[in-house]
Design a binder for this molecule. Sequence first.
Ligand SMILES: C[S@@+](CC[C@H](N)C(=O)[O-])C[C@H]1O[C@@H](n2cnc3c(N)ncnc32)[C@H](O)[C@@H]1O
Length: 223
Amino acid sequence: MSDSQLWDDVDAYFTALLSPEDEALQAARRDSDTEGLPRINVTPNQGKLLQLLARLQGARTVLEIGTLGGYSTIWLARALPADGRLITLEYDAHHADVARRNLAHAGLDRIAEVRVGPALESLPKLADENPPPFDLVFIDADKSNNHHYVEWALRLTRAGSLIVLDNVVRGGRVTDPDSADPSVRGTRAALELIAGHPRLEGTAIQTVGAKGHDGFALARVVS
Ligand SMILES: C[S@@+](CC[C@H](N)C(=O)[O-])C[C@H]1O[C@@H](n2cnc3c(N)ncnc32)[C@H](O)[C@@H]1O
């Protein structure tokens, strides 16, 4: 059996037991496929992990950067109380339309709001609204801007907030200080920011599973 088949099988076992999808999550993936969106959403067990992290945070507010069809958004929004608020930022208007539909189908359209545009334009507008600090920020968009997104997350959070950064392994190329790949450079810059920033403490974890070899970074806002 190949390594990837083994990882798939174990992921399938964990998912069926611990993080099965309900009809709305299945519909979100199906609809995203039908609408031609790339299959780059988190897996069900990763979605459940995000949901647990939001619950552990006691989160009332979540900011997501990178919506796609709203699959991770559904997992996260379900961790929030009825008067909670999730704002998710998406560059692509078609992705945003699909996500809005999926969130409405999941009964989450009152909690989750999709904002369209480049996140680096949406974030200053959001900051101008002086929102209450976000309890959790999930960063999963264009990796070249990861360091900017961590900086924005710092501005929009409070002591005790959690920042989650997805896809930090970059096929192992994250270790290459000379990489010309913008995604590697942005990810390394974000990790270095987390490592060196006096207001952050963090770590990064490698994962294997249905999405191959990947990983995420977690950072807690200290002050
Ligand atoms: C990996 S997908 C997000 C997956 C989603 N979080 C999930 O797991 O279901 C990345 C998304 O970020 C969006 N994106 C890319 N660049 C962006 C930018 N500059 N601003 C906002 N969104 C962007 C892409 O269009 C894509 O929909």
